[in-house]
Each structure stands twice: as structure tokens, then as C-alpha cells.
Design a protein around this ligand. Sequence first.
Ligand SMILES: [Fe+2]
Length: 270
Amino acid sequence: MKIRTSRYEIKGKSVPRELSGLRIALFSDTHNKYYGPGGELIVSHLEAEQPDIVIFAGDGVKKSARNTDPVKGTENAAELFTAVASRFPLYYVNGNHERRWQKRSRNLPYYSGYVRQLKAAGVHYLRNETAAAAGGRLRITGLDLPPKYYKMRRGRLPHLASFIGRSSEDAFDLLIAHTPAYFPDYAAWGADLTLSGHIHGGIIRLPFVGGLVSPHRRFFPKYDYGLYELDGHSMIVSSGAGDHKPRLTFNNPYEIVIITLIHEEAGDGA
Ligand SMILES: [Fe+2]
């Protein structure tokens, strides 16, 4: 199994001077995959990159409508995230699979146990919460949407603040949102940078065409992979480091994303 490193630079005035040079690692959609003892494959990748912080953008477990077993599909996840958190500050958000796990009441003690275990290991488990980092100049907010928002085809999310409160005026707002579908609303909320996953590169990727099928069978999802910009707000969508169904890996490898923030005054030509 190969994991590729994808690199991006986010430059501009919105990056405070104090955050210039900050390196963020993003991975997502591991879906209970086994990466060797202690999450070796992911951990060694991160150790080679030495990011300042690590973001996990959701779907750490693998749950289908048919998988009602409270444990099946979650056995490897805690080991991976515990190992990552022992080395790096790790910020975790739920995806639709964590939400599906919570759907049955008999699963709830297992889900709660998972969250407890991760928090005890030092994971910043952000369920519609914000954490301050880098001396308060960086605000990291984790969006945890109810399941219905993963099914909407052309939905909007104008009431985002009812989930996560307001963005800040002076800090750099990093939003972790499992689904990239609501990028215009994330930007309007004030997210300087949104980090997402969920689409798995579109499951089937063809050169020049992009993703063909999203997890919810939408053809040509608008935000399927890579960097998007809107009025000075950015979003990076990762193709994920795992899968929940057989994946055609042609032109769509597993990836870890490394993002460098760079302060730049507009028009200084630097
Ligand atoms: Fe997902």
C-alpha cells in the first residue's frame, strides 16, 4: 500500500505573521484500516514530515447501514489515533461514519468509550467545538454535522453559526469539515482555510475529468479533490488515506496532505 504526500501553500494577508511557516498535516477517511502495529505507515509518514499540527478530517471508522455490530469496523481506529497523538498535536472531527455508529442506542457506550480513549491519549476531539493553538493566533474548529446533511444533494448551510458559533475577527480560522459540499457557506462563515475529505477523490478519477462518483452517487461532485478558492477563502479536499469499499486506485492514491501557511502582504510581490 502506497501513501502519497500532496503539498500546498496557503499564502496571503489572512495568514498572521506569527503563523507564517506553520506546517499542517491533513489526513482523512482511514475507515478502520490497519496500517501496521501502532499505525506504523501513517506515523512514519508524519514523522518524516514533522508537521506542527495534524488534522484528521473524519471517518476514522467504517460503518454501513448493514453493520449494526457495535464494535465491527472500529477495531483499529483507536490504536492509530492514539499513536499519532502521542507524537503530534492531533485534531479530530467526526465524519458520517462516526455519526452512523451513534445511530443505534446500543452502540453509544462503544462510541463514547472510543471518544474517551482518544481524549485520554491527548486527541483534541472537536464536536462543534473550537480549540485555540499557536498562542491564540490559530483557531481550529471541528464541524460535526447531523447525518441528514451528508445526504442533501444541493443543500446549503446558512445557519452554520448555530452549530459552531462565530468565527474570529483577528485569528486565522481553520475549519475542519468532513464534507466539502458546503464550501460557500464555510467561506461565508469566515473560515480562512477549510480542510475536508469524504469524497475519496470521487472514487473513480479520470485524468482531466476529475471525480466521477461521490460516496452518495452524485455525479461530478463540485468539490471533489484538491484546492478551491472563494473570495480569499481556501478549501483543501483530501482523497483520504483509506476506503470503505473497493477503490479503483488508478490516478487516485491514498494521501497525506502537507500545508504550509505563509504570511504575505498583498501586492508586495514576495
Ligand atoms: Fe465520509
